[in-house]
Design a binder for this molecule. Structure first.
Ligand code: 5BU
Length: 272
């Protein structure tokens, strides 16, 4: 199967957030994103401090965490930011925005979570149309103090998801191509959603959830693939691993297994 360019060469003409991401991936030799879906904030920070050196990104669901107060939220996001600097990884809040542009602006900057202030990357459904991209983009470009990036959900990992219906993926891609200053990539099963209709796949990053070496799925439709398949065959850029790591007896040792598997698959498929 075809070879792809290195993360380092794609960093050269990338926007600020992708430049930073591709750069740290090469430096740390990791295309692993860990999804830390615990509900206890101190447990989350504890595991991140341990696996931090092995990951390029940490994915959060801020709204599943049991916080005792708004101050506790502030202190958590401050600690998370400090860890991202200590270990050189990006923070990805898996918020999956899905409303009209005006409402998602409030959800992104406001409420109790103030996501734009601490998450380098967040994501959105394309379902509402391009206004969700321009709405979030305005907050990103005008209010954030540092570079931010948006991923569009082009495909999901769950059985029976509707992304394969009609022109859904093609229209999602068009929204991204029309707003490359805001959309830095996709949640997708591989890079085919872009390569099948153009040669600009290097402009985007592809991140894939549903990765597990031990299980095939769960009781609610999650479907798992291996790092080798996702990175090597499907040409995605980053594997997202949750329970495969966080439920393991030795999460740090298992994270190293995923890091090594993901990186080896990347090296095999890559030309300088
Ligand atoms: P798991 O424990 O590796 O199955 O966790 C996967 C994580 O990725 C979890 O936080 C989901 O919310 C997230 N996810 C997903 O599984 N599938 C998708 O299509 C998207 C996100 Br988008």
């Amino acid at each position: 199967s075809a070879q792809t360019r290195s993360y380092a060469s794609r960093a050269e003409k990338a926007n600020p957030i992708l430049k930073k991401l591709f750069g740290l991936m090469e430096e740390k030799k990791t295309n692993l994103c860990v999804s830390v879906d615990y509900t206890d904030p101190s447990k989350i920070l504890d595991i991140i401090d341990k696996v931090g050196p092995k990951v390029c990104m940490v994915k959060t669901h801020i709204d599943i965490i049991s916080f005792s107060s708004v101050d506790a939220i502030r202190s958590f996001t401050a600690s998370l930011t400090a860890l991202s600097q200590k270990h050189n990884f990006l923070i990805f809040e898996d918020r999956k925005f899905a409303d009209i542009g005006s409402t998602v602006q409030h959800q992104y900057r406001g409420g109790v979570y103030n996501i734009v202030e601490w998450a380098h990357i967040t994501n959105a459904h394309s379902f509402p149309g391009p206004g969700i991209v321009t709405g979030l983009g305005e907050v990103m470009l005008k209010e954030a103090k540092e570079p931010r990036g948006l991923l569009l959900l082009a495909e999901m990992s769950s059985a029976g998801n509707l992304s394969t219906e009609g022109a859904y993926r093609a229209k999602t891609l068009q929204m991204a191509r029309d707003h490359k200053d805001i959309v830095c990539g996709f949640i997708a099963m591989g890079n085919q959603i872009v390569t099948e209709s153009g040669d600009d796949s290097d402009d985007f990053i592809f991140m894939t959830p549903g990765v597990n070496l031990a299980d095939k799925g769960d009781a609610h439709g999650q479907q798992y693939q291996s790092p080798e398949f996702v990175i090597g065959e499907k040409k995605s850029d980053i594997i997202i691993v949750g329970r495969g790591i966080i439920k393991a007896e030795d999460p740090v040792a298992v994270a190293e297994k995923y890091r090594a598997a993901g990186w080896e698959a990347y090296e095999k498929r890559t030309v300088a």
